[in-house]
Design a protein around this ligand. Structure first.
Ligand SMILES: C[S@@+](CC[C@H](N)C(=O)[O-])C[C@H]1O[C@@H](n2cnc3c(N)ncnc32)[C@H](O)[C@@H]1O
Ligand code: SF4
Ligand code: SF4
Length: 414
């Protein structure tokens, strides 16, 4: 398997340490573990550390158990002083300081050793753990780590791993616990296509590179100009990938995709399989197979009680803790000409003038390297967190996609 260990510079670094600790058990982390094994470093790889509690105790390739950070305490200072941490997580701004705090001799970011040849070499490899899906997840993850890690150490680049573009408040389903708050809209409407595109272009003119634009709603395929939106977004040069997030209730139009001026090369589908509700699933999958568009089709994964607008008295400390633990805080969202940390805040601001708070977002006009850095790295919490239950790895799981036919009342909660 072609990879960074063919690079003698990386091997030279690794050879200085007795022990290796892989940080991150996502696709890149699992891939790296296999790659280390292939190059005879399996025995020296002590553990894979991940922050997601749900992964702890499970095994990678039936060999190494995924551990919580506390596992490192048991290794002792002597072993740690001979250990190298290899960070594989794309959200490196979130995890680099944490990796440095492990007490190991050194940390490196694997993406800085990945190049486009390595990514290319993986485009034909399917992720076999993805039961229904097809698509080059490994290539996608390696490419993302490559861009994210290199940009993190380049002081001059504004790089965003992912951005959700809210194309509509409308949905073909009404899930009572929708984390994007669709259940609260009384008169949901779609965004005007021209405003959406000009807002996005304006935003992109302020940054260097967006790895993945996720078109999202509600249900993006209820927007009557969705095909032209997808095509226009695909032609934007500083976006690498366009992902479509759909519930597969609507038949996608094969002919429309074939007309795209920008081609289909950047497209990627994430389909949530809501069982009987996603009644166009098989037809859509057949179309995507014919068009050769990669997709991932998955059951609704780990739903939490994050779709409720609440008001609870919380101290500053409690708010900071809620925000720190929240895995929604980096679901950056562009909505109504504003850049948000998460879809909850974006939709709360749209839904309620009373709860709307200008400290929840940055106006696109005010986006600069400094303002982005402050908003993305220094924020302690958002005003919207006061009305949110948060989404932490240890949140209780709830039954997904329970349908309601009533609009939920935003005022009932205050
Ligand atoms: C908000 S939806 C929008 C796209 C599309 N309508 C769909 O449902 O796939 C995006 C993703 O958020 C997930 N989601 C919605 N509510 C959630 C919740 N309370 N907890 C966790 N995930 C949730 C959905 O399952 C879906 O995969
Ligand atoms: S989670 Fe349900 S209500 Fe929310 S956008 Fe997706 S399908 Fe619509
Ligand atoms: S806790 Fe805060 S950051 Fe997390 S989803 Fe809620 S509003 Fe967003």
């Amino acid at each position: 398997m072609q990879g960074p260990l063919e690079n003698p510079d990386l091997r030279e670094i690794i050879d200085e340490y007795d022990n290796l600790i892989v940080f991150g058990a996502g696709i890149t982390g699992v891939w790296l573990f296999n790659h280390l094994n292939d190059h005879g470093y399996g025995e020296r790889t002590l553990c894979v550390i991940d922050n997601d509690h749900k992964k702890h105790g499970t095994k990678i390739c039936d060999q190494l158990t995924i551990e919580d950070v506390t596992y490192l305490e048991g290794l002792g200072n002597e072993a740690l002083s001979k250990s190298l941490v290899i960070n594989t997580i794309s959200d490196i701004q979130e995890t680099w300081d944490q990796g440095n705090s492990f007490g190991c001799a050194k940390q490196i970011a694997i993406g800085t050793f990945i190049d486009t040849d390595i990514v290319q070499a993986h485009t034909k490899i399917l992720d076999l753990t993805d039961v229904y899906g097809k698509g080059n997840y490994i290539a996608h993850s390696l490419e993302c780590a490559m861009h994210a890690h290199k940009a993190y150490f380049s002081k001059s680049t504004i790089f965003l791993r992912s951005l959700d573009l809210m194309v509509t408040e409308r949905c073909s389903l009404k899930c009572v616990d929708c984390s994007n708050l669709m259940q609260y809209y009384t008169r949901p409407k779609s965004e005007d296509k021209d405003e959406l595109i000009s807002g996005l272009k304006h935003f992109l003119s302020k940054i260097d590179h967006l790895f993945e634009l996720r078109l999202i709603g509600g249900e993006p395929f209820v927007h009557n100009e969705i095909y032209s939106i997808i095509d226009e977004c695909s032609s934007m040069v500083n976006i690498s990938k366009i992902s479509l997030y759909t519930n597969s209730t609507i038949l996608i139009r094969e002919e429309q995709f074939k007309k795209f001026k920008a081609g289909l090369g950047k497209l990627y589908f994430s389909i949530t399989d809501y069982g009987d509700l996603s009644y166009k699933l098989q037809e859509n999958i057949d179309i995507l197979n014919r068009l050769n568009i990669p997709y991932r089709c998955h059951a609704p994964e780990f739903w939490t009680d994050s779709g409720r607008i609440i008001y609870e008295e919380r101290t500053e400390m409690e708010l900071q803790e809620l925000f720190n633990k929240c895995c929604g805080k980096n679901l950056f969202t562009l909505s109504g000409g504003r850049f948000y940390r998460c879809p909850f805040a974006a939709n709360l601001d749209r839904l309620s003038d009373e709860l709307h708070d200008k400290h929840n977002y940055i106006n696109i006009d005010e986006v600069t390297k400094e303002s982005m850095n402050k908003y993305v790295n220094d924020l302690k919490y958002l005003p919207a967190c006061k009305n949110c239950k948060g989404r932490s790895y240890d949140s209780e799981q709830i039954k997904p996609a329970i349908q309601t036919n009533k609009v939920l009342d935003i005022c009932a909660i205050t």
